[in-house]
Write a protein that binds this ligand. Structure first.
Ligand code: IPE
Ligand code: IPE
Ligand code: MG
Length: 260
């Protein structure tokens, strides 16, 4: 298990984030600005995904998590939702071979039971094919909601309690083991493109101590240079995790230890 809780133990930090999580926003506005239908922005968004994956792999980022479809995006017009589903199928069919060839492990998190059988089957096959790759773990959050994630983890603990006939131990470690992304460390850097400054029900639990970066750039325009600006901004942050600046200085003793 790779997940370690930043509120239980202070994680190691480096200039390059180990885990970047992105809300890819602004596809619709990118298209509207060009007098194109909104869905043209989603199509271009796939190209930006490819660029982000390549740039992260090159920069040495270990985990990249992309919010592709939220649990609230079903509220959009039927035609846009259907288009996004078709785009998801096409991307899975066309891109998985390339991901595999580049040593990338693909995971998809969210309530996948709401997707049709074809999509569920493509996801399972892609995950199995790429399971042993170690260069970068690319997670696509699809029909994902931070509240859904916390609820499903709570349900699993409740089911475990019922099965064993006594209450399962509930603490941050046991709880987070049941989160959809228990295989990854918490995100170091959160990026939202498209100008909005909200979380929109993304990784609510995991973003507790993540550094936030907001940019006006629409997702289809977010390229390797834009990613490198975000990483540079991250490198300038002081991540204190509750401690003081003085405690972070190299000569400081016991900066990582928490009172028992
Ligand atoms: C993000 O872009 C993609 C999805 C939510 C699927 P939007 O479609 O939200 O684009 P804007 O925010 O309307 O411009
Ligand atoms: C968040 O974007 C979800 C994804 C990028 C998949 P939205 O465009 O759906 O968010 P809101 O509605 O503006 O908060
Ligand atoms: Mg949006």
């Amino acid at each position: 298990m790779t997940y370690t809780s930043s509120t239980v133990r202070v994680p190691d930090v480096a200039a390059v984030p180990r885990h970047i999580a992105i809300i890819m926003d602004g596809n619709g506005r990118w298209a509207t600005q060009r007098r194109l239908p909104r869905v043209a922005g989603h199509t271009r968004g796939v190209d930006a995904v490819r660029a982000a994956v390549e740039a992260c792999a090159r920069a040495g980022v270990e985990y990249l998590t992309l919010f592709a479809f939220s649990s609230e995006n079903w509220r959009r017009p039927n035609e846009e939702v259907s288009f996004l589903m078709r785009l998801f199928v096409t991307a899975l069919e066309r891109e998985v071979g390339k991901l595999h060839a580049n040593g990338i492990r693909l995971r998809v998190v969210g309530d996948l039971s709401q997707f049709n059988d074809r999509i569920q089957d493509l996801i399972r096959r892609a995950e199995t094919k790429t399971a042993r790759n170690t260069r970068l773990t690319l997670t696509i959050a699809a029909n994902y909601g931070g509240r859904w994630d916390i609820m499903q983890a709570a349900k699993k603990l409740a089911e475990q309690s019922a099965q064993q006939g006594h209450a399962a131990e509930v603490n941050e470690e046991t709880f987070s083991q049941h989160l959809a992304m228990a295989y990854a460390p918490e995100p170091d850097l959160f990026i939202r493109t498209g100008g909005e400054t909200r979380i929109s029900n993304f990784l609510l639990w995991q973003l507790a101590y993540t550094e936030f970066y907001f940019t006006e750039t629409f997702w289809p325009d977010f390229d390797a240079a834009a990613l490198s600006d975000a990483i540079a901004s991250y490198a300038r942050r002081e991540r204190r995790f509750g401690r003081t600046s003085a405690q972070l200085e190299p000569q400081s003793q016991d900066a990582d230890s928490l009172p028992c």
